[in-house]
Design a protein around this ligand. Sequence first.
Ligand SMILES: C[S@@+](CC[C@H](N)C(=O)[O-])C[C@H]1O[C@@H](n2cnc3c(N)ncnc32)[C@H](O)[C@@H]1O
Length: 345
Amino acid sequence: MLLAFELSGEHETLPAGEVLACMRSLEIEHRVVKSEEQCLIIETIDEKPAMSTLPALLSARLAMTHHIIAVIFECDLSESSILESVSDAEIAIPLGETFGVRARKIQRSALSTERIERLIGGIIFERNRVNGARVNLTSPDHRFRAILTDDSCIFGEVLASTDRREFEERKPHKKPFFYPGAISPKVARALVNLCEIRTGDRVLDLFCGTGGILVEAGMIGASVIGIDVQESMVRGARMNLSDHGFEYQLICGDACNLPLRDQSVDVVVTDPPYGRSAVVMAESIVSLYRDALFEIHRVIVDGGHVVVVSDFELPWVGESGFVTIKLHTQRVHRSLTRYIAVLEK
Ligand SMILES: C[S@@+](CC[C@H](N)C(=O)[O-])C[C@H]1O[C@@H](n2cnc3c(N)ncnc32)[C@H](O)[C@@H]1O
């Protein structure tokens, strides 16, 4: 099956990285056919029975994908080529059902999305007129999307979409306990996904603050452990975690001297203080990151994945026993670049 992921444009590499990490954690064999800033196409190789539920599983997990689309065709970016491909595709709408077509430009293009939607819709309508097919643009039975990239049109039927409102509803200021600097739920979910978490994994955030990362990890089936040096943060995180119905453990402690046994967690996802506004309980930011990294190495299982957010490149990755498997960067403004390192023990 050829799947297109229509990605949010909020980061260059995180949205695609999140999709591929989820595919690996669900053990779906695949290969990347095309990767653009806002569109990733993959071919699944192993058509397990789980494939029928895959789009729903992925859309429940992913934060930075808008739609998951079964690709019907990819063609040149010209009106004639698109319309010819739609005609050739013989799209059948079952008796009496409705459909809608939407187009989105992810690069500059002279084509008008409204015109493309109308023309494609016209062809599908004519082809299915005898079946009583009707157009419904608000909640059709079949949603088709045309993604217009800089050189091609990717067309297919939407299998699942992510619920963006859900992330809006979990924004830090809407939670029972709020503290400035709390991570956005969308970013937290993407970080958690990058770690390839499997159901039941023990996930640690050793700088948990208000618990934003822990909430997202718990929601996808992890058992979560949060540590923060400030008792007030631990109390706040408890308020934010208590309503979600998954197992969690919160401890007031020092990330540089973790109160955990060796190899007692499967995954670590964390957003340590940058030393700008958040409290830093250590000799220096440098010693905090360095010592915490060695502690993470001690408490995580062999092969375990770690995601660390920082505003500098961590120089002690090799020395502490990890390998970097991916480094995502984000230029926030002139004097701040954020690094998201994915490490493996
Ligand atoms: C950037 S904040 C984390 C924000 C968190 N991701 C959230 O969504 O609220 C960093 C946290 O690290 C904690 N911290 C600072 N020094 C620490 C240490 N030595 N050990 C554990 N936590 C520490 C601070 O109390 C703060 O809550």
